[in-house]
Design a protein around this ligand. Structure first.
Ligand code: AGP
Length: 611
């Protein structure tokens, strides 16, 4: 996510802004910038692509920028490539308004069209520039910042945290938020603003959290907060007890746990980027309905967890859209002299967008003249840039090596693709399409329900922290879920684990089941329920300890399962998004109980940029 800082007080602002931004680097970014005002002079805006060091060098560590009021930003690109032009702060043409933003303005195109009709022009590809000019438009109309901001944000759909300065309001900063975090700090005659506590913890531990749909006016040593009706509201200050390291993780012990809890937002933001007014809209990727209709075979290529998403996508797309889907490990695909048809569509899934095997597979498909779609989490990454089309997942930067929120966002993207394909192929009724869209919309809150009830999983994990082996079995989508659950356990807790198609176990591997062997039985596919249950009985009769994971209401499983995890009801095509959450948590808790480095497991890298 982007990082925001702000300061108004008696000291020079630039060094404080740069220091604050450095405390937010963990959030991931690709460019940065500051805007500083010296008394009532026009703000000076300085931006740089790349690491914060570049911006610091441009400003002599802030020493060359004079002024005691300013805002700063580190950008994680969502709209528009990483570049100096797209970096924040963004300004109105007359420099009346300058601001930074963290979040996603979903209706940015509509807002831009309305502003263009009023003579506005645009220099960047960002939703933020549009948002700042919407504020400018209302400021010219109302001449009062709080009114201008409340009028502007009422027109916006999506998420935002803004820090804004107005030319005729020297030494003041205005802030507004909806769904993206903002925190204010005060000490003596100085006032601070940041996306997250670490940026201001050096200066003060007394903070105010701006709530959704609130606007704040920051002056030297004072803060006033208003609701969208411009009525002043009183917020209680909070005393921060965390240390800086804990604060970077939002109070969680590890980035992985923080990111597990960011999954509702990652799924919601990704779905909202491709579902408009109840219909899947892939137009931002450049893929048309005609292209989807002409695609007679999909070929997914990926690695690791992204490959496991491909497994789910195969089951979902083939069942809903009735077109053949092939899935390949990128490391195999690139050397297999792949046979591709002209009416294939090759889809490369990659969180980092830099995985060497996946990039090579993409290039192989392109060398054969096959259209390619990248499903990628990092704007401007190699796979994003080299794919013919890109569907961005909006999980934000993922710090922990073991992927969770990016995996969930990839699932959401693939579900949307499946619905779009089913729609153009006419393979499902409009009613079922609408039902599926509603079910997708319910995923974030259902994920949250599971996260709110994790203590029982922590207890279970504590019982099994010292296991040497574990098996995950399931059929169909449940097999794909098993693959991801097994990988999560292996990669962060170093427990040997295998995932098996439940029907395959008896063809050899069941010889490994002995008294007390832990077997996760994934049973979310109602039409396969009895079959998988019988496989669990086979395991149980050989002494296995069964952890069953199934849909709420399938209580019959408890005749076989020793410990049962239930997930909320959802269409069977989407159960992966819910079933994976308990499996992520169990792997996490076992790793923590073994005292392992959850965020940076041994031998692993976040992005495997070598073969
Ligand atoms: C999953 O937790 C691992 N980090 C790994 O399997 C990862 O999914 C794989 O390396 C692919 O990475 P990518 O999505 O960045 O291409």
């Amino acid at each position: 996510m982007c990082g925001i800082v702000g300061y108004t007080g008696r000291k020079q602002a630039a060094p404080i802004l740069l220091e604050g931004l450095s405390r937010l680097e963990y959030r991931g970014y690709d460019s940065a910038g500051i805007a500083v005002r010296n008394a009532d002079e026009e703000p000076v805006v300085i931006k740089a692509k790349g690491r914060l060091k570049v911006l610091s060098e441009k400003t002599n560590n802030g020493e060359s920028v004079i002024g005691t009021c300013g805002i700063g930003h580190t950008r994680w690109a969502t709209h528009g490539e990483p570049s100096e032009t797209n970096a924040h702060p963004h300004v109105s043409d007359d420099m009346n308004v300058v601001g930074v933003h963290n979040g996603i303005i979903e209706n940015y195109r509509e807002l831009r069209e309305r502003l263009e009709k009023r003579g506005y022009t645009f220099y960047s590809e960002t939703d933020t520039e549009i948002a700042i000019k919407v504020v400018d438009f209302h400021y010219k109309k109302y001449k009062e910042p709080i009114k201008a901001i409340s009028s502007a944000v009422r027109q916006m759909r999506g998420s935002y945290a803004f820090a804004i300065m107005f030319k005729d309001r020297p030494e003041e900063i205005y802030a507004a938020r909806k769904d993206s975090p903002l925190v204010l700090g005060i000490r003596d005659d100085e006032t601070y603003l940041a996306s997250d506590v670490p940026a201001i913890l050096k200066y003060t531990r007394t903070v105010y959290y701006i709530n959704n749909d609130e606007i704040a006016r920051l002056t030297k040593g004072d803060v006033h907060i208003y609701n969208l009706d411009e009525e002043e509201v009183y917020e209680e200050p909070v005393q921060i007890e965390w240390d800086a390291d804990a604060a970077e993780k939002g109070g969680y012990e590890h980035f992985m746990m923080k990111e597990i809890h960011e999954q509702p937002k990652a799924v919601r933001d990704t779905l909202h980027s491709v579902i408009k007014d109840g219909k899947v809209d892939l137009s931002e990727t450049g893929i048309t309905d005609e292209m989807l209709k002409n695609a007679k075979e999909l070929v997914f290529v990926a690695c690791g967890s992204a490959y496991h998403v491909s497994m789910v996508a195969k089951y979902v797309i083939e069942d809903l859209a009735r077109i053949p889907v092939r899935i390949d490990l990128a490391s195999e695909f690139r050397y297999s002299r792949p046979l591709l048809k002209k009416d294939s569509l090759v889809i490369v899934i990659s969180q980092s967008g830099e995985t060497a095997d996946s990039l090579a597979a993409l290039r192989e498909a392109k060398s054969q003249g096959i259209p390619t779609l990248g499903i990628v989490n990092v704007v401007g990454s190699s796979i994003a840039r080299e794919s013919n089309h890109v569907l961005y997942t909006l999980a934000g930067p993922e710090i922990a090596v073991a992927t969770t929120k990016a995996y969930s966002a990839q699932l959401a993207a693939c579900y949307a693709l499946a619905l779009a394909l089913a729609k153009v192929n006419g393979t499902i009724t409009d009613e079922y399409y609408d039902t599926l869209v509603q079910d997708l919309d319910s995923l974030p809150e259902k994920i949250q329900t599971i996260l709110d009830d994790k203590e029982r999983l922590q207890w279970f994990s504590s019982q099994y922290a010292n296991i040497q082996d574990a098996f995950f079995i399931g059929r169909g989508i449940d097999y794909a879920i098993s693959m991801e659950g097994s990988l999560k356990l292996k990669e962060i807790s170093y427990v040997h684990s295998e995932a098996y198609a439940a029907g395959e176990l008896k063809h050899g591997t069941i010889s490994l089941i002995e008294n007390g062997t832990l077997v996760f039985g994934i049973v979310t596919q109602q039409h396969l329920y009895e079959k998988t249950l019988s496989n669990l009985v086979e395991v149980k009769s050989r002494g296995g300890y069964i952890c069953g994971l199934t849909n709420y209401g399938n209580f019959k499983i408890e005749e076989t399962s020793d410990f049962t995890i239930y997930i909320p009801p959802v269409d069977s095509h989407f159960t992966t998004s819910l079933a994976v959450i308990p499996l992520q948590l169990i792997a996490y808790y076992i790793s923590v109980s073994k005292g392992l480095d959850v965020d940076k497991p041994r031998n692993l890298a976040k992005s495997v940029t070598v073969e």
